[in-house]
Write a protein that binds this ligand. Structure first.
Ligand code: SF4
Ligand code: SF4
Length: 92
């Protein structure tokens, strides 16, 4: 079980979420962040930090974003870990 980053994260990247993660399981893609499902311990700390409510427990991902569960698993293993808050992108 794990938490999943979904569509509202696209283009945001305020990255408030990453600093609270105790296991550093956020990974930085080009347009959004991903959570590595094998590393997330379901502490839920990140959920409240995300201003756009992009993070869900995998059991509670809304139907229209179910594909993000697989995407997080795939992309997290290809991206670099991110552990510090970054400035938002200019266009976000
Ligand atoms: S705070 Fe939310 S929208 Fe912003 S990078 Fe984290 S998960 Fe994505
Ligand atoms: S639920 Fe906890 S362990 Fe999982 S990504 Fe969020 S902060 Fe990290």
């Amino acid at each position: 079980m794990a938490h999943v980053v979904t569509q509202p994260c696209v283009g945001c990247r305020y990255t408030d979420c990453v600093v609270v993660c105790p296991v550093e399981c956020f990974y930085e893609g080009e347009k959004m962040l991903y959570i590595h499902p094998d590393e997330c311990i379901d502490c839920e700390a990140c959920v409240a930090e995300c201003p756009v409510e992009a993070i869900f427990h995998e059991d509670n991902v809304p139907d229209e974003w179910k594909n993000y569960t697989e995407m997080n698993a795939e992309m997290a293993s290809q991206c670099k870990v991110i552990t510090e808050k970054k400035k938002p992108l200019a266009d976000s």
